[in-house]
Write a protein that binds this ligand. Structure first.
Ligand code: PA5
Length: 446
């Protein structure tokens, strides 16, 4: 992975990034020494290097049981218990896998919304196949996931019998707390523990992400190897100028301080769409507090050049872009020549589709920089498990450092409770009687 900063640094005064060196070093020290804000949740910092081959083997064994006994596996989870697995699976999967026969189970995601139509339609499909469930929730009490799991567990038991359900339902949750743990222990489900000191959005390299990715048939050993290599490249002892996470954290904060309030993560590969969703959660939920922080947004290019491209080129100059660029595709497709040349595209005949894509990327970068949009570029050689592992750790550590730079606790999410409290009060959840009365009075007055 290479990170290029020059088309962003040129928007800042000379030496502006370098000025962050000491603060980044302090932030790294605070993470290493456990003196940072949110220090109960820094288990992700050296997680990759702590993963053993035996642990990977245990995950793969469980994945094999699900693969052998299921045509479809539903991953029930939300937020950090969903987006990492979704991002990696989408990035590694065939774009059209849902249309093609496969010897691996179809991976479906649920528990990440409360849509009755979504669940009804999912259930109607699941009634036609042999399915299993991975129930992922650190707290074990998240409403979206718990509600979905209640429905799926009943369906699975009714359809496949209690014994088979016990084989194809797996829990990934806390070691001892929460309803997901209680149910797993009582029913005798295979379960994996989410370490106490790893928060949801930093948990993709725990069984939260590794198990679904393994069930989907992708190489989790390679993913972990990529993360381990990036852990070394971003180590506290690597000098500031050579440390990609330090550079990224520094430049995005230098840009923020200069008035760039929105960071747009850009990709040129549809498979990276959900990587951006994962990234938005990582940075948004980690940094957006105390009235501060860059707003993380994303676009898929060149698709969105025909929609959001106008705003990016000419709208208010409060944005910068971070482009994830994949050097080479897995395939090899050239533009055919055409005798009639009715579409006027013969100037491209014999050239790779990927060359066109890369010229779209370069042309866009030049245009956006000319239009006043700083551009950070992150290049990876190819879209595979190893490079995704690198990207994941790179963004996690960049986030851990960046949160310290704006002086927030990047590892909590107090703001998420506000909607839950209101929803529970409106639904008359036991224990919320006072809130229920207050919110109903408020609604009557409105
Ligand atoms: O990053 C986080 O901590 C959150 O996004 C959680 O992952 C999300 O709320 C789901 O929580 P849980 O795993 O407890 O169901």
């Amino acid at each position: 992975m290479i990170i290029e900063l020059n088309k962003a640094a040129s928007f800042l005064p000379e030496g502006a990034v370098k000025q962050y060196e000491n603060r980044v070093s302090d932030a790294q020290k605070a993470l290493e020494e456990g003196t940072c804000k949110g220090n109960d949740y820094i288990g992700w910092l050296h997680l990759p290097s702590s993963i053993t081959p035996d642990f990977i083997d245990e995950i793969q064994q469980t994945a094999k049981v699900l693969q052998e006994n299921c045509d479809a596996v539903v991953i029930a989870g939300i937020g950090g218990s969903y987006l990492g697995a979704k991002a990696v699976i989408a990035a590694l999967d065939d774009n059209f896998s849902w249309l093609k026969p496969s010897d691996k189970p179809r991976i479906l995601f649920a528990g990440n919304n409360i849509s009755e139509d979504y669940l009804t339609e999912l259930i109607s499909y699941l009634k036609t196949v042999r399915f299993g469930v991975i129930n992922i929730s650190k707290s074990g009490t998240t409403t979206e996931t718990a509600l979905t799991f209640r429905l799926l567990r009943k369906l699975c038991e009714d359809q496949r019998g209690k014994d088979m359900a016990r084989k194809v339902i797996v829990a990934v949750t806390d070691a001892s707390k929460g309803a997901a743990r209680t149910t797993a222990d009582k029913e005798g489900y295979k379960s994996f523990v989410i370490p106490d000191n790893v928060g949801g959005r930093f948990s993709v390299l725990t069984p939260v992400g590794l198990l679904p990715i393994a069930v989907a048939g992708f190489d989790i050993a390679d993913l972990v190897r990529g993360a381990q290599d990036m852990e070394r490249q971003c180590d506290i002892n690597v000098p500031f100028d050579q440390n990609p996470c330090a550079q990224y954290a520094a430049i995005r904060n230098a840009l923020y301080a200069s008035g760039k309030k929105v960071e747009i993560l850009v990709n040129y590969q549809p498979k990276l769409h959900f990587m951006a969703e994962w990234w938005k959660q990582l940075y948004g939920e980690s940094e957006g507090k105390d009235g501060k922080a860059i707003f993380p947004a994303s676009v898929d290019f060149s698709t969105d050049l025909h929609s959001m491209g106008q705003w990016i080129q000419d709208g208010e100059r409060i944005i910068f872009e971070t482009v994830i660029s994949v050097d080479a595709p897995e395939s090899n497709l050239t533009v055919p020549a055409d005798d009639e040349n009715l579409d006027g595209l013969n100037f491209l005949a014999g050239r790779r589709i990927d060359e066109v894509n890369h010229m779209a990327e370069l042309g866009t970068q030049l245009a956006h920089v000319d239009g006043g949009v700083p551009n950070i570029r992150i290049a990876i050689p190819r879209l595979d498990a190893y490079n995704l592992g690198q990207l994941i750790y790179f963004f996690e550590k960049g986030c851990g450092i960046s949160g310290q730079l704006i002086d927030v606790n990047p590892f909590n999410q107090p703001g998420v409770e506000a909607y839950k409290k209101n929803m529970f009060a409106l639904l008359d959840k036991p224990g919320y009687e006072a809130e229920s009365k207050a919110i109903k009075a408020r609604l009557e007055q409105a």
